[in-house]
Design a protein around this ligand. Structure first.
Ligand SMILES: N[C@@H](CCC(=O)N[C@@H](CS)C(=O)NCC(=O)O)C(=O)O
Length: 202
């Protein structure tokens, strides 16, 4: 399988951590893909121009990260990361959605400064996105997930969201969220794929 991704991509990191955890990384070749300047053929792979995208051995393409990870989970034989049913399943999927939303809001802030000339940037828009992240961190600091019953898709997504805040926003979130800081340390200790997928120095 070929995974279009890049070192800095938090959604790509989510897929890679899941693949390591599920014991599938040795079946995946990473194709470094720069979404700002992709090979022209990449738009045939994903018309949205987004990574991650996974090309299966029969050439079928899967995106986005949620779909790819659900596929990987379905072919894995151990360490499954989707809770099969019950209230815990939907709690965890909602945690995953919250973390994905934090990454979306963070990426939009990065793109606002990267894609627009300074005179066209909107501080209101940047604040609007930053507040989504701040509210989510506040909620998660109060209701911090437990890692005791095994690693889930929600945990992997949250670790990637926090890792992206470290990478692009100087880890400023850490000062006011000590429970989340120790949660992330504990996640990293339990999940070797987290260290293996650290983004390159910014
Ligand atoms: N919902 C998507 C989000 C993917 C995403 O936003 N990827 C970023 C890189 S981390 C990207 O490809 N951005 C390029 C663009 O928005 O055109 C997923 O879960 O895979």
């Amino acid at each position: 399988m070929i995974l279009h991704s890049s070192g800095p991509s938090p959604f790509g990191r989510k897929v890679k951590i899941a693949a390591y955890h599920l014991g599938l990384m040795d079946r995946i070749t990473i194709e470094q893909t720069d979404v700002n300047n992709p090979d022209p053929g990449f738009y045939d792979t994903n018309p949205l121009g987004k990574i991650p995208a996974l090309v299966l051995d029969d050439k079928q393409v899967l995106f986005d990260s949620r779909v790819i990870i659900e596929y990987l989970d379905s072919i894995a034989t151990s360490n499954r990361i989707f809770i099969p049913d019950g209230p815990a399943r939907f709690k965890d999927l909602t945690l995953s959605a919250l973390a994905d939303g934090m990454m979306d809001a963070s990426i939009l802030q990065v793109y606002e400064t990267r894609k627009r000339p300074p005179e066209d940037r909107s501080q209101d828009w940047l604040d609007f996105q930053a507040e989504k992240v701040a509210r989510s961190l506040k909620t998660l600091e109060v209701d911090t997930p437990s890692l005791q019953d095994g690693i889930t898709i929600g945990h992997i997504s949250l670790a990637c969201a926090l890792g992206y805040l470290d990478f692009r926003f100087n880890g400023d979130w850490r000062a006011d969220h000590p429970k989340l800081v120790s949660w992330l340390d504990s996640f990293a200790a339990h999940v070797p794929g987290f260290d293996k997928t650290r983004p390159p120095a910014a």
